[in-house]
Ligand binder design. Sequence first.
Ligand SMILES: [Fe+2]
Length: 256
Amino acid sequence: MKKIITVENIDQVFSDQSSLDSLKSSILNDDIVIVRDVISQKLIQEIKGYLTQVGKSSFPNYERIKFGAKDFHRINNNDPRAYVKGAFHQFVFYPWNQNYFDLFNQFSKAYQLKNILSGIEPDAFMFPTKEDDFTARIAFQFYPKGIGYLNNHADPVDQHQIAVPILVMSEKGIDFNEGGAYVKYEDEKVFIEDHTEIGDVVFFKASLEHGVDKVDVQSDAAWLDFKGRWMGLLAVNQFFNTNVISESVELKQKKI
Ligand SMILES: [Fe+2]
């Protein structure tokens, strides 16, 4: 059984090199790190309300990751072109666009912690130029009940990140009952939302096997009902025309 490490206060780790070192070694040791209460529940409710309106009343589209790209939302409904098969509704924000919530400022501490743990200068990727290979990119993902899932996969661990922070935006037992994000070890699956509250940010090593088990299999909810599971990915991605790191790989899921 792997350990779940809980950090009660994100501010306190910034000033303490030994806590940073021990968090980094926990992540590299395959532990799951939960940082409590990074983003206020009020802000998360506002974001979910806004994205629901945008999602219901505008066309889904796709934009490649290039400097100057528009923010957008898209659905991935078992798209055969995806590196990892899944079904979810995604809302993407880039740092060069203005948004109503000042998201990159609101989420800066979580990004800074991610960068510091990856051995990178705290504000890296937050103010990209077109000469850069990478950009910060916030992706909110909505997994409708009865539909949403993401197959078992591993993401590249490379120079730019050891972990992709996940913002918890839904509560298991209230917003949904079964499934959700998991990390898979040799002999067990740890379901992240069994251990979290809305507003927590979760770190685990990107190369661990992980995915999203179908949310509430029995539900007959539809995409536009917006009932199900929300999360936020505080990602750093390479621009589509650079080729510095490898892509995510889907892994066969053994039944455990
Ligand atoms: Fe992933």
